[in-house]
Design a protein around this ligand. Sequence first.
Ligand code: PHE
Length: 476
Amino acid sequence: MATSSTTTQPRDTWGSKLGFVMAAAGSAVGLGNIWKFPYTAGESGGGAFVLIYLLFVIFIGFSVMLTEFAVGRKTGVSAVGAFKKTDRRWSFVGVIGVFSGLLIMGFYPVVGGWAIAYIYKLATGLLSAPEAIGDSFGSFISNPIEPLMWMGLYLLLNIAIVARGISGGIEKAGKVLMPMLFIILIIVSIKGMMLPGASAGLEFLFKPDFSQVDSGVVLAALGQAFFSLSLGMGCMITYGSYLKKKENLVQTTAMVTAMDTSVAILAGLAMFPAMFAFGMAPAAGPGLVFVVVPQLFAEMGAIGLMFALMFFVGLSVAALTSSVSLLEVVVSYLIDEKGLKRSTAVALAATVMGVLCVFSSISLGGLGPQLFGTGAFDVFDLLTDKIFLAVGGMLVCIFAGWRLNREELEKEITNDGDIKFPLFGLWYNLVKYVIPFAVAIVAIAGVYSGFESGKGEIMLVGLGVIAVSGIISKKL
Ligand code: PHE
């Protein structure tokens, strides 16, 4: 974001169109694409998951992003305010978004910390013992202390950026390092595909095998689409509130969606051929990038080290440009709605996040409190990407479709008729009828199937939290 979020009039806007697209893409492209997408695809059976994910991105993700931009620009205020301004009883949707931001920041910095740690580990000789790379990741993340220090460092970087009232430096860094990461991903993919046995990885990624699909996989694909595109929690509403009236919302949405999705697919191309060539199991879990990328470059000497370093620097920056947007949603809520000073808001939000992250990090070593037998890291991940974001996105659609007025939405999206959007009717019907219905079915079926793996109870708790906050807010 190029501006502070306090509501001074006239509201600040993005300096340039590219600045906005890059900032929104910076929020979207992050650990979700490069860390989460490949291992979730691996655990969910590959090709069929990828296909369902792509369909969700096109039909649901695109429409929800356009809705969030439109709601944000129309109301001109950040998440909670955007709902409140139209109808007080809807502000709970914004509040759930703030809560999701807090919970995502309860585990995201742990993984961001790993990415920074790997820069250091590479520089201090990780590649010299390629056979130990896999084991060293496992013992690193389950160590109770070491990852905490890196997580702390990562969180400090976030605080430093957001406390300064957004972000000149990080935006500039992003503009250079994002294209670099993109190029490195291409190099990694080519290198991986040249290994003997790599084609099995391509087949795994792109040849759908529907016998692997159950309602849990469908919910995972939906959650991945929302998480990766930064939807369902008010982030894109807040970003949209800074957009100029003459900007083309449809085109912007298309660009951000396309960039985000191509990075995810590229990350899949970078991981799976190499994994299959190395004989690793596709369901290797959250360690995937941290094991495959170093291993791929281990045999290439100094050049390999340089590429691997560039990869983890790029990954750390991609993670940072996403997590500052998460932190900013919480911080701007505390400033706008609770009247806190920016510095106090940042300190408060980051303290809560830091505590949640400590629980997340130690849970990977089997320590700390559990909910229904699941550790904090997995609980926060489950609650947010399987429940809060999807339901949040659904509620934004219901709000736009049923509470806002069709003509006004059409005016907002077409800039009072200046821009042609022939698919407006399709978009509107998707948002009003199809998406709420589809998300509800997928979520209910997913929670139901979650009971088989012991995760259903946690998801039910998430749904309960949303229901209770909805009911309370109606009484306010
Ligand atoms: N989209 C980000 C990623 O892929 C994560 C994120 C989710 C950021 C929700 C903001 C809001 O890493």
